[in-house]
Design a protein around this ligand. Structure first.
Ligand code: 5GP
Ligand code: MN
Length: 333
């Protein structure tokens, strides 16, 4: 997929704006994933190479399998609580489908000069004074790549080993290592270019797919044990706070269990219900080919992508949440 005139215009607008300004904040969404962290660090690296002042703010911790990106791009992750004001700073918010999901204190965010939104979510709530939103893009990393590539075409080379590895990470995690329907020809072209330019693909694969703890597999076993299949097409499984605590594993480190709910013969829709805290239940929805996950997520005030969405249910027990989802999900198959 080559860039449309319309997107090229927005990209050049962003580049011109970056050139014309000096102080930037880079941030992304809560509950960070590979695309979040990869695209943020790549954008930070780009801005630093242009000699900009860059503050990287993300209040949530990194999941342990993505910590390897910490030493990619020389920049410190900061938290809202360490910063008093963002007056004079332009915020670049990436991969965040709504204003609410931006992983930063909203009072602090309001002190900034405004937001440039770069995202690929379907349910993007309208925010930002410049918006580069392409819901067909594989990942936010692909959008950041498009920005940097366009800059390179106009000026000079930017992408080094570290930026290439960061961008490659988001591409791999958001496409499920080039499995999902959001994988376009442009994704392979981007991958080929990044690997040619030094992206450490072996490191990314080892860290993302081959470095799980034994505790993770114990929890996975318990989740598979409580999985139920409805009408052969929907699968539902839960993880309780107790299961996480007993296995001494963080909520942030179980994301990779989600695809198991979908990857069963005949199953179209996988539902993974996670008790993050007592009274705070996070749900991940995944589909293979025809269920629009955003529609089911929206029933509960959530959102995301057609094949991958999420939602939050508050003040219910795990069993109550499971019942509510079972009841709604059957309407979608
Ligand atoms: P995950 O299941 O990996 O947490 O999220 C899948 C997708 O759904 C992500 O793109 C994420 O942005 C979106 N998502 C996850 N949780 C929520 C939520 O509580 N609300 C909304 N609006 N979107 C969510
Ligand atoms: Mn993403």
């Amino acid at each position: 997929r080559s860039l449309s005139k319309e997107f090229l215009k927005i990209i050049n607008e962003i580049i011109d704006y970056i050139i014309a300004n000096d102080k930037f904040v880079v941030t992304s969404h809560i509950n960070p994933d590979g695309d979040n962290i990869g695209s943020s660090r790549a954008m930070c690296g780009f801005l630093k190479k242009l000699g900009k002042q860059v503050v990287y703010i993300l209040d949530d911790p990194y999941p342990s399998d993505l910590e390897f990106l910490y030493d990619k791009v020389d920049i410190d992750k900061s938290k809202s609580s360490n910063i008093k004001s963002l007056a004079g700073y332009k915020v670049i918010a990436q991969d965040s489908g709504s204003y609410e999901r931006i992983c930063m204190d909203k009072d602090l965010l309001e002190t900034s000069d405004g937001i440039i939104c770069i995202d690929h979510h379907h349910t993007n709530g309208d925010y930002g004074f410049i918006k580069y939103i392409d819901t067909r893009a594989s990942s936010t990393c692909e959008l950041v790549y498009n920005i940097i590539k366009t800059y390179e075409d106009r000026f000079e080379d930017i992408i080094d080993y570290d930026i290439a590895t960061c961008l490659y990470t988001g591409l791999v995690t958001d496409t499920g290592n080039f499995q999902y329907s959001n994988t376009e020809p442009s994704s392979y072209l981007m991958a080929a270019d990044l690997v040619t330019r030094g992206a450490d693909k072996n490191l990314v694969i080892e860290k993302i797919f081959q470095s799980k703890s034994l505790a993770y597999y114990k929890v996975l076993g318990q989740v598979l044990d409580n999985m139920e299949i409805i009408e052969g097409k929907i699968s539902l499984a839960t993880v309780s706070k107790k299961m996480l605590d007993e296995n001494n594993i963080n909520y942030d480190d179980i994301d990779a269990i989600t695809p198991y709910t979908r990857d069963i013969d005949g199953v179209e829709l996988g539902i993974f219900i996670k008790e993050k805290e007592i009274g705070e239940i996070k749900v991940s929805l995944r589909s293979k080919s025809y269920v629009d996950c955003t529609k089911l997520a929206q029933v509960f005030g959530g959102g995301g992508h057609v094949r991958a969405s999420g939602l939050t249910i508050r003040d219910k027990s795990l069993d109550e949440a499971r019942d509510m989802l079972r009841q709604e999900a059957v309407k979608f198959i």
